[in-house]
Ligand binder design. Structure first.
Ligand SMILES: Cc1cc2nc3c(=O)[nH]c(=O)nc-3n(C[C@H](O)[C@H](O)[C@H](O)COP(=O)(O)O)c2cc1C
Length: 200
């Protein structure tokens, strides 16, 4: 009886040791940007994760490859929307690589940048585009984000009843003062969701 208990304890310990927590996971952040905002938000996300002893490799999508997508346990992808629902150019050029990547079972989180008052009919559309492409690879998403607190008429990044975005929504044009708190809260959420997925 005692022997069985010892074996069970060792098994549980070994399982816990092999479990991925955010501090022993490899995390990559891939971003595209025209005027630098999406990179700046990437830096803020990395700073928050660094506080949790989680180093992040940041890669501009213009220098990324399919192999890069494959290399991480958690992939964070950042994309701004341009020109009435348009896709940031480097991400658009990367579409074929996304579709050919082996992301089945990988954990992916998105963040998007847009301007809700200037482009309220197309708010964060490119993040919705990216979500659709990555979903085709079989990846698992974390980091969906409530639409409460934003004002917009239409967004391809929102779900059918307009209650959730498919990733963190950042508006540096109209709500820059809310960015730091949003990033902090979202990273906290990411860590919880990533670790509970890994423990499942
Ligand atoms: C000409 C122009 C077009 C834009 N079009 C959109 C748009 O269709 N939808 C949206 O949500 N934001 C739009 N934006 C806002 C940008 O996405 C936002 O400024 C973003 O922070 C830029 O990110 P970047 O600096 O990483 O390129 C537009 C901005 C400009 C100047």
């Amino acid at each position: 009886m005692q022997m069985i208990t010892i074996i069970i304890c060792i098994k549980i310990k070994l399982e816990n040791l092999s479990m991925k927590t955010i501090s022993n996971a490899s995390v990559g952040l891939i971003f595209g940007t025209d005027t630098g905002n999406t990179e700046e938000i990437g830096d803020k996300i990395c700073a928050q994760l660094a506080e949790l002893a989680c180093p992040v490799e940041m890669i501009n999508v213009s220098e990324a490859s399919v192999e890069v997508l494959d290399a991480f346990d958690l992939l964070i992808m950042g994309i701004p929307t341009w020109d009435f629902g348009g896709i940031q150019g480097d991400w658009e050029d990367f579409e074929d690589q996304i579709l050919s990547a082996q992301l089945k079972g990988k954990v992916v989180a998105l963040y998007g940048l847009g301007d809700q008052f200037g482009y309220g009919d197309y708010f964060l559309d490119a993040m919705g585009w990216l979500h659709e492409k990555v979903a085709k690879t079989g990846a698992k998403f974390i980091g969906y984000w409530p639409t409460e607190g934003y004002e917009f008429d239409a967004s391809l990044a929102a779900n059918e009843d307009n209650t959730m975005f498919c990733g963190l929504a950042i508006d540096e044009d109209q709500q820059f003062e809310l960015t730091d708190q949003r990033v902090k809260q979202w990273v906290k959420q990411l860590v919880q969701q990533f670790e509970s997925l890994e423990a499942a």
